[in-house]
Design a protein. Sequence first.
Length: 163
Amino acid sequence: MPYRVCFVCTGNICRSPMAESVFRARIEEAGLDGLVEVDSAGTGGWHEGDGADARAVAVLEAGGYESGHTARQFHAAWFSRLDLVIALDAGHLKALRRLAPTPEDAEKVRLLRSYDPAASDDLDVPDPYYGPIDGFEECLEMVEAASPGLLAAVKDQVKGRAA
């Protein structure tokens, strides 16, 4: 059974699809595709069925990442099939932990930037939606900076399953 990671932001059209795309690329580069599944969702369903924001797509494509995406809302029932739920800011972290059916499920929720050793005390990835494209570029930089630490943590978990 694959190790499953889900990235979660508010509407699932900016931050979480960017994180999903970057982390999926890191999983493939590490030779873990097939062993790790990566997806994303939003805490709300406002954009369900929509594609990613055009600015997110442009920044991802400029960075060499895949950008195909359809927004969806996170559901509490998903906790049972997920190993790790990655929140993009503290508001998402709180919402997801409240949504978790069990204390064990709540423990699956982590902030993305907690995997970036160079991150300051503010572990939020700012929402770029209401700003210009440079906010999306900053988002991508933050996601990329946290990806090596997250990848190392996931590798440890996958290795632990194989042992």
